[in-house]
Design a protein around this ligand. Structure first.
Ligand SMILES: Cc1cc2nc3c(=O)[nH]c(=O)nc-3n(C[C@H](O)[C@H](O)[C@H](O)COP(=O)(O)OP(=O)(O)OC[C@H]3O[C@@H](n4cnc5c(N)ncnc54)[C@H](O)[C@@H]3O)c2cc1C
Length: 382
């Protein structure tokens, strides 16, 4: 309803993603959710359209666009299936540390391959270290020209289907968070094993697994940045990823509103479409307002990341928490506006509601986002 002033290039990008969403995602999303399977076809279609290289710099085979473009792609994919969008977005969660902190050699080795369609993952969480990420225990011990990794990572998106894993591990446990470092581990490295695939409430088209490191030996050239930079790298990466989660939420909420609106205009009760009952139409008015507010915040923040990435922690946290709370509210209301049809698995609204829940949890829970915003506020007004 609100006019968006995208550039001609951005409009073409949206059109392209919409086409991929309609052809490769929409017809199958329900089946993938039911069967809880990852299907590589949409990701291959995105790779053929060069969209796996969207934010990869041109000199490494990508399109060299920024966070705003990535948000547009993630938003429009999420309208059709937030699970597929999770697989796509998580690849950039793994790629951003290389883009931001990789050496020229590391960039030359990995980025062109990612642009061609190889998937990535980012592994910070461990069984005893979720919100308290500084409590990680995975160790990386230096031995000559190698690092030896030991530990367990939990709930890793793209586990087993990714070719490259960015792992946060302790090189100096005495220093706590300042003793953490980041490494690239490749699929097939000896000592890396992928655990069971988690059974999830939503985002079931995306794969989530454990990763086990048992004397996993990797060359020292796999260290990203320098020793001790692991947490700074992780937090910076999450600043980029969180705005993407916000974009995912906007697309999901938009999709849910459109599904419910179609229903409300055609469902006749008491002799008229239910949309004409004010309780129903006002709910849609509220959905539209909240979605546009979330969209405005997400793209304002994405543009800020493209132009002034240093000040990104607070804005990214705002975009993530606000938009994902909106998605949870809108999808729940979409189910309600559809009544029993909303609750049935033959209709897409209930899947959207299950998918939305995870957005409030991963990439830092919305409580943690509020902690970040509160901390940044104090800094800003010191
Ligand atoms: C589907 C899925 C995919 C994921 N993918 C990845 C991935 O690819 N890579 C990765 O590293 N991780 C991933 N995660 C992990 C995710 O980032 C964590 O689940 C998340 O950070 C929360 O950690 P936790 O689940 O251990 O919850 P906990 O930290 O145990 O939190 C439980 C509750 O306590 C609250 N809480 C905790 N501490 C505070 C505090 N200080 N102030 C206020 N409230 C607090 C939380 O907000 C939450 O409500 C994934 C998770 C899921 C569910």
């Amino acid at each position: 309803m609100l006019q968006h002033f995208w550039t001609e290039e951005e409009k073409l990008l949206i059109e392209l993603v919409e086409r991929i969403g309609k052809e490769y995602v929409e017809p199958y999303a329900r089946q993938w959710d039911e069967e809880e399977v990852y299907d590589p076809r949409p990701l291959k279609a995105l790779a053929r359209a060069d969209l796996m290289g969207l934010v990869i710099p041109k000199e490494y085979g990508g399109l060299g666009w920024g966070v705003k473009a990535l948000c547009l792609a993630v938003e429009h994919l999420s309208k059709y299936c937030a699970g597929v969008a999770t697989t796509y977005a998580a690849t950039f969660l793994g790629a951003y540390p290389i883009i931001l902190f990789g050496s020229p050699e590391q960039k030359a080795r990995y980025l062109p391959e990612i642009a061609k369609g190889r998937l990535c993952a980012f592994a910070l969480t461990e069984p005893q270290a979720g919100s308290d990420a500084a409590a990680i225990q995975t160790r990386a011990q230096k031995e000559g020209d190698y690092y030896i990794l030991n530990g367990i990572k939990q709930w890793i998106t793209n586990g087993g289907i990714a070719d490259y894993y960015v792992i946060i591990a302790l090189t100096d446990p005495k220093k706590g968070a300042r003793g953490a470092s980041a490494f690239v581990v490749e699929r097939g490295d000896p000592g890396l094993a992928v655990g069971k695939k988690e059974k999830k409430m939503g985002l079931r088209a995306s794969v989530t697994t454990e990763l086990f490191f048992t004397n996993c030996r990797i060359p020292r050239e796999r260290l990203l940045g320098r020793e001790g930079l692991g947490f700074i790298l992780a937090m910076k990466t999450l600043d980029y990823a969180r705005v993407g989660a916000g974009a995912q939420a906007v697309g999901l909420a938009q999709g849910a509103m459109e599904v419910a609106l179609r229903h409300a205009r055609h469902r006749i009760q008491f002799g008229q479409p239910i949309y004409h009952f004010q309780a129903v139409s006002h709910t849609f008015a509220e959905m539209a307002m909240r979605i546009e507010a979330a969209r405005a915040l997400v793209y304002q923040c994405a543009q800020a990341l493209d132009k002034a990435p240093k000040e990104s922690a607070g804005p990214s946290a705002m975009a993530k928490a606000f938009a994902t709370d909106v998605a949870m509210w809108v999808t729940e209301r979409a189910v309600q506006m559809m009544g029993g049809y909303g609750y049935m698995r033959d209709f897409p609204a209930e899947k959207m509601m299950r998918d939305a829940k995870c957005l409030q949890i991963y990439e830092g829970t919305n409580e943690i986002q509020r902690n970040v915003i509160a901390r940044e506020l104090l800094k800003y007004y010191r």
